[in-house]
Design a protein around this ligand. Structure first.
Ligand code: ZN
Length: 138
């Protein structure tokens, strides 16, 4: 069975139309391609006034969010803090990722060793970056 898409005017198999219970034969009047196209362009086809409205509500919501969450540390911030400061918890988690170590095996000495290793590794990366910069500037 075929149906002509109301939007692009092409005749297509009924399967290519999105399922809409209310419609005739349980399929919508626009083919999936057109509906997807619509979905992608919905913002572009909006009148400028509507766009402004949308942007306004968006920025309002952002401001509201910032206000209510002011001063609270987000998970991302906390993670970054843990990573930067090489907290015990962060190192423990890193170590626990290894199959040969379980959480209970991790002693303070191991954590300390791992911390030194990470610090050394980070210095190494920094050193490499500096070398690269020098190399690029030559
Ligand atoms: Zn179509």
């Amino acid at each position: 069975m075929k149906r002509i898409c109301k939007k692009c005017g092409e005749e297509k198999e009924i399967e290519e139309f999105r399922k809409v219970k209310m419609c005739y034969y349980g399929r919508g009047w626009c083919c999936c391609v057109c509906i997807n196209e619509n979905g992608r362009n919905w913002y572009k086809v909006l009148p400028d006034k509507k766009k402004k409205e949308l942007l306004n509500t968006q920025s309002k919501n952002t401001a509201k969010y910032r206000k209510t969450h002011k001063g609270k540390t987000t998970t991302a911030k906390r993670t970054k803090f843990n990573v930067d400061s090489l907290s015990d918890e962060y190192i423990k988690r890193l170590l626990a990722n290894r199959p040969e170590l379980s959480y209970s095996d991790i002693s303070p000495q191991i954590i300390e060793l791992k911390r030194v290793q990470i610090k050394f590794h980070r210095e190494l990366i920094k050193g490499k970056e500096v070398l690269n910069e020098i190399h690029n500037n030559m």
